[in-house]
Design a binder for this molecule. Sequence first.
Ligand SMILES: [Zn+2]
Length: 126
Amino acid sequence: MIQRETSAPPHKRPEGPVRTCVGCRKRGLAVELLRVVAVDGGNGACAVTVDTARKLPGRGAWLHPDPQCLDAAIRRQAFVRALRITGSPDTTAVVEHVGAAHSAQAPPRPRNRTGSEEHEHTVKSR
Ligand SMILES: [Zn+2]
């Protein structure tokens, strides 16, 4: 006799969608990651900008709002690969966005950040 368990949703998390950070390659909740997209820099070059409203079209990459993740992403050219762009993009906007949030001692976060570091524990398991 075989009993079927039908009441076990495999990947349902109430917190929301999970994305992979292009910097540290760890997965985190989308609401806790920055969405970055490639935009036309105006002079034939690409620029990477933070899609704070999450409404910009096109491919997006996800990044923790952490200078270390940003640094890793830039060094490994993760944006280039994730966003399917060529050359070295201008990441000034992202650097400023992340850097500004961390340079202050008590960074006021204008966007409502729903989670804290403790939330990391809920998503660490695969
Ligand atoms: Zn990261």
